[in-house]
Design a protein around this ligand. Structure first.
Ligand SMILES: [Zn+2]
Ligand SMILES: [Zn+2]
Ligand SMILES: [Zn+2]
Length: 146
């Protein structure tokens, strides 16, 4: 099992949530691939464990999202994609032209957390940040046609 899957299982234990077979398999699937849609997760789960129902996968995705073990990103399209967030945070640069998404590791947002929490009364557990713009390739293509 991957390190990210181990971290996710640890977070379930910390939240005192029982590790059932659907929860374990959904975590393994999300650890093996990022940015999966719910139907893709169902397909991959049922390949590993055909007895696990679609409804149970959806319930598990909801639970993991509520616990912050995975988060949902849209990556510029009206489609929800699930990604494990072992550090609590996840970052994308999304090109509004070619719709490719690029990952980046960290941002300065965590530095704002204490002030945000004080101002809003929230207890912040992490973030998913998507910045939109034009990728280097699309900028180049733009300047060629001008
Ligand atoms: Zn682009
Ligand atoms: Zn990502
Ligand atoms: Zn960040």
């Amino acid at each position: 099992m991957s390190a990210n899957a181990e971290l996710a299982l640890q977070s379930l234990r910390q939240a005192e949530v029982r590790i059932t077979p659907p929860r374990r398999v959904v975590i393994e699937v999300l650890a093996s691939q990022e940015h999966l849609t719910a139907p893709e997760v169902v397909e991959a789960v049922q390949k590993r464990a055909p007895a696990i129902s679609r409804a149970s996968v959806y319930r598990t995705l909801d639970l993991l999202t509520r616990l912050g073990i995975c988060r949902i990103a849209t990556m510029g399209l009206p489609i929800v994609r699930y990604t494990l967030t072992p550090t609590g945070n996840h970052h994308h640069l999304v090109c509004s032209n070619c719709l490719r998404a690029f990952e980046f590791d960290s941002c300065g947002l965590s530095a704002l957390v204490p002030e945000l929490e004080a101002r809003t009364g929230f207890r912040i557990s992490g973030h998913l940040l998507e910045a939109y713009g034009l990728c280097a390739d699309c900028q180049q293509a733009e300047s060629v046609t001008e």
